[in-house]
Design a protein around this ligand. Structure first.
Ligand code: NAI
Length: 702
């Protein structure tokens, strides 16, 4: 049983006890229901208190049960809440730390609620593509008023209990306890005080109206529409709360239920639930136990104060960890520090950062030209030029000066981390920490596991990733790791599409309509087309048989590197970022197509999207089979947090699972007939072919 039952004098106490957050899985629900029956049957008990053990009242539904029959197995949450309402003895919720989702809905079913200050109160279902499904949309407006409740339901964001308790006319909390320590005593006192009072108050009986009626809901609907382009749930939150104001309670509950169930099966909800599970899974490394001891990281050194070094440093400064940056020349240091300062100052100007916080962060930053000054750092991250020779010099120096046990990380985006490790006498301490640009903004951190990287180094780096608020995903060593290895195939397809008849704007538009933040050509112009050019040149030597479209090289030969040169795949007006279709580029593409002897054809948006996305999927299947990624959902996390893959599609692997791998393979077979798509490109990866043939999916729970 995951709820305990105790009696304190004449008060029964039911304590949810399902670590870590007292999720309301079946066993917990059963525990509450049994506790209620027992208390009601015991003549010596006058009232009941429900609370949560440990660090939460309750974090809500058990996500593992979502979409499974277990979630509905009796007693389901609705039945438990009904049993509380129907208890003949008063039930007091003693709420603390976390009362979210089903946890808050449970409390709303109680006759009285006492809250500890500092408790995070929320209905976060919208973040999973849902609306609250156990009366939250019907009861919260009755105790907080329509507007406050709707804001909470549509945003899913937590609000502190003391803030809610201070709202005029609120009926959510009957009392705010003096402190978390006194909460239980105060809840027991309230239970005693109310023991004989009848009738028992029920939230469902409170009135629910908005003075402006329809006009308010129209306004709310417009607001929500603008904010939630690809997701149906926020709009449905408005519908459900409106139902609370217009229907009788029981009918409002039915309306909520119907909306909830319909949303549960939408692709957007599946994608968000997948993301939720994937995010948690990514932090686990199959052969590294959760309790692996970690190394203490109290100070960090960064080598190189360029684009990446500066952004990387800011992450640690933001987390209160001192950073020392090393460069070859004082001017480079001054420039790098100047950019960090400017970034922070812009945040201060916008009111996003307080002056004292800015001062604190800058005070944690120091610089040096001398390796010996780094020796005490616990973690050093190298972000110098992407050349093996330069990396070799740096790592030999680091090996010489760093204290034993320090972690030596490289931010390389393509080079062999095993080779980099071999420049030191301590390859077990070497790891890749691949940040994405801008490094202080982008969520993704690829943690590159070398052949010899020690487990405690991995555990430490994963934990530090969390501390600096990144989504850390482990990748094995290969050219490009998970993300960039896949993007190579995506870029190749984008090039072939031009050769076969598309314009850059047609390709960008199609994939942007699918939901990508930016199409491949606008992206190239932003990042700099010269970067891809340099990588292609290197790869052309390593893999001379790989077929590429030559258009991107031709573009670079014209010096059209993108926004930074004022021209790329598109034209740009002085200082502006708007991409204007370029006649010159269109002519260049036509010319090149002619030279290849390809008759252009009209390519549909569907084909564009499929070819770009399935190019990612097929390479990902190789990556998965080779063990470079440990699970399909890790690949999704990489694409969702680092490459602008649309969240509502759940990542390339999840998307392919939803389309059906059989269908994916069928399309790939069709693409094998295309003139530029050598049959080899679209040869399904063995893992993909196997799963498709067996009717299976990449992710087990898809
Ligand atoms: P950058 O050219 O902006 O900065 C490199 C800095 O390193 C320069 O300030 C340079 O003076 C300094 N440097 C070079 N050799 C040095 C040495 N021996 N000792 C100390 N400092 C030295 O380059 P960026 O873009 O910051 O890239 C750095 C690393 O990060 C590369 O390995 C790159 O592949 C990787 N990376 C870059 C990304 C990007 O979008 N720019 C994304 C992810 C990784």
């Amino acid at each position: 049983m995951t709820a305990e039952y105790n009696v304190h004098g004449d008060i029964a106490v039911i304590t949810l006890s399902n670590p870590p957050v007292n999720g309301l899985g079946h066993a917990t629900r059963l525990g509450i229901a049994n506790g209620l029956s027992r208390a009601n049957a015991d003549a010596a008990v006058k009232a009941i208190v429900i609370t949560g053990a440990g660090k939460a009242f309750s974090g809500g539904a058990d996500i593992k049960e979502f979409g499974t029959p277990k979630a509905l197995q009796e007693p389901n949450l609705l039945s438990v809440i009904l049993a509380i309402e129907e208890s003949s003895k008063p039930v007091v919720a003693a709420v603390h730390s976390v009362a979210m989702g089903g946890g808050l809905e449970l409390a709303l079913g109680c006759h009285y609620r006492v809250a500890a200050p500092g408790c995070n109160v929320a209905l976060p279902e919208v973040k999973l593509g849902l609306i609250p499904g156990a009366g939250g949309t019907q009861r919260l407006p009755r105790v907080l008023g329509v507007e406050v409740a709707l804001n909470m339901i549509v945003s899913g964001e937590p609000v502190k209990s003391e803030q809610l308790a201070g709202l005029p006319g609120q009926k959510l909390f009957d009392k705010l306890a003096a402190s978390a320590e006194t909460l239980m005593d105060e809840a027991l006192a309230m239970a005693r005080e109310k023991a004989d009072l009848r009738p028992l108050p029920l939230v469902r009986n409170l009135p629910c109206k908005h003075p402006l009626g329809d006009a308010y809901f129209q306004f709310a609907r417009n607001m929500v529409k603008g904010m939630s382009k690809n997701f149906p749930a926020p709009g449905k939150c408005v519908d459900a709360v409106e139902a609370a104001t217009k229907k009788k309670f029981a009918e409002g509950m039915l309306a909520e239920r119907e909306i909830f169930i319909n949303l549960m099966w939408t692709p957007e909800c599946r994608a968000l639930r997948h993301l939720f599970v994937a995010e948690r899974a990514a932090s686990k490394i199959p052969d590294v136990a959760d309790d692996t001891p970690q190394r203490a990281i109290k100070s960090v050194a960064v080598i190189g104060a360029g684009t990446m070094g500066g952004g990387i440093s800011m992450n640690f400064l933001n987390a209160g960890i001192p950073v020392k940056i090393l460069e070859m020349k004082q001017e480079a240091l001054d420039k790098g520090v100047g950019i960090i300062r400017k970034n922070y100052e812009a945040q201060v100007k916008k009111g996003k950062l307080k002056q004292d916080k800015y001062d604190q962060r800058m005070a944690l930053l120091s610089t040096t030209l001398n390796y010996d000054d780094l020796k005490d750092a616990d973690l050093v991250i190298e972000a110098v030029f992407e050349e093996m020779g330069v990396k070799e010099k740096v790592f030999k120096e680091l090996d010489r000066v760093m204290k034993p046990g320090a972690i030596l990380a490289s931010n390389t985006s393509t080079l062999d981390v095993n080779k980099i490790a071999s420049f030191t006498q301590r390859p077990q301490d070497v790891v890749g920490m691949h940040f994405f640009s801008p490094a202080n903004v982008m969520k993704l951190l690829e943690v590159v596991r070398g052949e010899k990287t020690a487990k405690d180094v991995l555990a430490t780096v994963m934990a530090i990733g969390k501390k600096i608020k990144k989504t850390a995903v482990v990748s094995g060593v290969c050219d490009g790791f998970i993300g960039n290895r896949m993007i190579e195939q995506y870029s190749r397809q984008a090039g072939f599409l031009l050769d076969e008849g598309c314009t850059p704007q047609q390709v960008d538009k199609a994939i942007e309509k699918f939901g990508f933040a930016m199409g491949p050509f606008r992206m190239g112009d932003l990042a700099g087309n010269d970067i891809g050019w340099a990588i292609r040149k290197r790869r052309a030597q390593e893999r001379p048989n790989m077929l590429y479209s030559r258009t991107a090289d031709k573009l670079c030969e014209l010096g059209r590197f993108g926004q930074k040169t004022g021209a790329g795949w598109y034209d740009y007006q002085n200082g502006k970022r708007d991409a204007i279709p370029s006649k010159l580029v269109d002519d260049m593409i036509v010319e090149h197509r002619k030279s290849l002897g390809i008759e252009p054809r009209k390519i549909s948006d569907d084909e564009i999207v499929q070819r770009l996305v399935y190019a990612l999927v097929n390479e990902a299947a190789h990556i998965l089979a080779e063990g470079i990624a440990s699970r399909a959902s890790d690949i999704d996390m990489v694409y969702l947090t680092g490459y602008g893959f649309p969240i509502h599609r759940g990542g390339p692997m999840h998307y392919a699972d939803q389309v059906g791998l059989f269908n994916v393979v069928q399309s790939m077979k069709r693409f094998q007939q295309n003139p530029r798509d050598d049959a080899k490109f679209w040869e399904p990866a063995p893992l993909l072919a196997k799963l498709a043939a067996e009717g299976k999916t990449f992710s087990p729970a898809a």
